[in-house]
Structures are given as C-alpha cells and as structure tokens.
Design a protein around this ligand. Sequence first.
Ligand code: SF4
Ligand code: SF4
Length: 469
Amino acid sequence: MPKKYHITTKAAPLDLEYVFKFKIVRGENCINCGKCTKVCIYEAHKRQKDDPRKMADPNTVLCRNCFRCIQECPRGALEKSLDKDFTNIGGAFWKPDMLISLWKQAEDGNVPVSGAGYRGPFTGTGFDSMWTDMSEIVRPTRDGIHGREYISTVVELGRKLNHLTFGSDGQLVSNVPDSVALSIPILFDIPADNLSSNVREALVKAASEINTCIIMPVAEITLEVEKYSNNIIPCITPMAIDTYEAVLKKARLVAIEYSDAMLNDFQGLKEKIKKLSRALTIIRVPAVKDVEDIITKLAHNGAEIIHIVADYRGKELNGSAGTDVRRLKDIIRAVHLRLVEDRIRDEITIIASGGIAMAEDVPKAMLCGADLTAIDIPLMVALGARIYEEPRKLLIFPEGLGKIPLSIVTQRMVNLMGAWHAQILEMMGAMGIREARRLRGETGRAIFFKEIDDDTFGNLFRKREDMSL
Ligand code: SF4
Ligand code: SF4
C-alpha cells in the first residue's frame, strides 16, 4: 500500500482585523455564569485569561452560527447581528459566505460546518448547477475514507501514449514520455501583483509542503524562492526563453503563454525548450470563444499539457455577451468532448482555472473533463484578503499582512489545502472513486441540473408554452 498522503494542519490565527458574517456582543447584563462556555462546542466563549471571574470577548472567528449560546444564556445577554461590512464584500460570484468559509478553513484546516444547516438554493450558475452522485455514501465501499482503503488524490502531468508497442522479443519499444506526479489535483496559479515578499515566499513554501507546484512569472523567481525550484513552474513568453535559460534548466515544468504562432510551430518551440531543459511544457490558453478549436489543434501538434484560463469568476473571456456566456464547467466539457471525438483526449493533460472557488469545484471540474485544477484567489482569501467584484475586480489585503511571520502565512495556505483535501476525499469516497485520475470526464457520477430539469419538466413546460400560442 502506498504511503498515505497527509496534509498536517494546525491553528494559525491571523491577528488582524478582517470581516466576519456576524458580530456576537456580550451585553452589560452578563452575570459571568459561564454557561456559554459549556454550550459552545466550538469554544467561541472563554473566560478572561488574566481574570477568570470575567468573560472574554466572544471569538467570532470560531462561531459556526448555531445560535445555541444565544438561546441558552439565562440573561439574554448575547446578541448576534449581521456585520454590515460583510454584506458589501464579494459579488454575484464570490459570495460573502464563500469568503467566510475560506477564512475559517485557513484558520484551522477543518472542514467547515454550517451549524444551522444549509438554507440556500440547490442550484445556481457554473459548478453550482451540477451535483455529484454520492450514492456510495450508504455502501460498504465508503470504508475507504475511514482509513481501511486508500483513496489517492495523485495526478500525473504530461503527454501519454495511447498504446504501448512491444517488439517480437517482448521488450517495450515505445518511448514512454516523462511525467510529473502531484499529490493533489490543485496547482497554485500566478498570484496577484503587489504581494509582499513574505506572502510570495509563503506561497512557494506551502506549494512545496503539500507537494504541488506554483506557476510564477519567471521574472519573480528570486533568490529566496529559488531553493524550491522543484515546486516552481516558471511562466514565460516564447521571446524570453533565452534570457531565462538558467531558470528553465532547473524546472520540471514550464508554462508558456499561448500565441497564435504556436498553432503553426509548436514543435519548434518545444524542441527549443527541450535543448535547454527536461521540463515539460504547459501552454496557458485563455478561455476564449473558440478555445476548443485551439486546444484540439495544439493537442494534434504535440502539446503535452494545456491550461485553460477562464476569468476570475469562471467566465469565458471575450465570449458571447449576457446569459449566453459560457462558464468554466461548460468550457471544460466542450474541450474534453472535442478531444474525445478526435481520439486524442488520453494523450494530453488538461488543467482548468478561473472560478475554482471552493473544494467541491475541484472534483466537479474533473468530472467535467479536467485532469486537475489551478487556484489563485482562494489562497489570497486564506490570508484574510477581501475581494470585491463591483465596480471592478479589487483584492484588498488586511493591513499589516507583510509583517506576519512566514510560518503563519504558510500554515494558513497549508490549512486551506488540508481542508480541501479532506473534502475531496469525502466526495470521492461517497462517489465510490478511489483514484483522482478516474474522476476525469466521469460524467456518470455527475448530475447536471439543466439536463435533469429538461428531462423532468421540459416537455411539460414546452406543451404549456405551445398551448398559450
Ligand atoms: S451564558 Fe450569558 S450570562 Fe452566562 S456568561 Fe455567557 S453571556 Fe454571560
Ligand atoms: S452561535 Fe453557536 S457556534 Fe456561535 S458562539 Fe454561539 S454556541 Fe458557539
């Protein structure tokens, strides 16, 4: 049995001001009876350290919103109210609740519990419009997640052969291409600009600790992070290859921004890199309207790994306007199916990014046809950053973040990935899937709301519409 992959999480509180959903306030009429310390299983209520006769301020970060302390306080001394800053953050895609959830996961690495149950809608846009078939949850195969059987989240990046050829003497004749294995199907993507040096170094260190890689602009690979070269994917334009020869030599993977010229001469570019380095190439292709055509051509031209990059809300770039704009879920499905039709899907690796906001989006993207995903904004949110969508994309970091010790900043990102890994294992166990590689394109385990809605009610409503004509 392979050694179990484990992400070690531990509490890493960020002693900075950031927003929470509710404010809990202890009123003057509190008699310090301590009942709230007993009823809150999340330990949000504690006595003051220096004077245990008195209660400390409630720790809102730990609150899971169950309302038990409010109900059981004998004096009605606790008041919970919606924080007005909370309602202003995020936007239509990055909903405030998502940010709170990410902050909490980064705090201690635990899987979030809503406490008061889920009261939201059961469908939405993008990945929220698909569900996963968790029917294995009631079957013995679910034992896997309790430790008796191993569930592997390992994925491999690289070009693969669609068959092996053996000589008449039984020896392998095929030249098997190199690949890079990652323990989790999540890469860290190019981080935001203007990051302080401790945050930049922490990102690289966290990627190394969880055995994944981070894609970084080649010019930002400084001496402090060079020692992690195994976990850094330099991102480069074809023009800059000669300038950064030394960096490319050490890399296992190199990301190249797509340009139309690659459609004609990708082989030439690949050979140029192969002369300098053994690194595998990732082509970063923006998720534009005809992205499936571009990717199919690149795949036939020998591309090894292709990274589909949608916008930060998981939308198609420069695509159709209004409600017709495709979401990452639909883009991945279109690319995957086109490659399947062309019988070349098994030969290349597809990474998907843009709008991967929560742990469940990772297996969902893979069920749609991606081999793995890449994330950026959730890592920044883990550090207490707020995102605003309107009137334009804005990421605001808490003041003083640059002075927080490297170990805390790193641990928060490791915690986030620990919580996501635990959730991915839960989902895979409940779907009866033992290896992350098998998630790719496994739409038999996915339920798409539109399809089921059409199947169930489509005719009914169509008939009514016809009758009204
Ligand atoms: S239960 Fe109410 S009265 Fe008792 S310590 Fe908590 S807030 Fe104060
Ligand atoms: S609402 Fe629930 S989780 Fe929050 S502080 Fe009170 S008892 Fe704890």
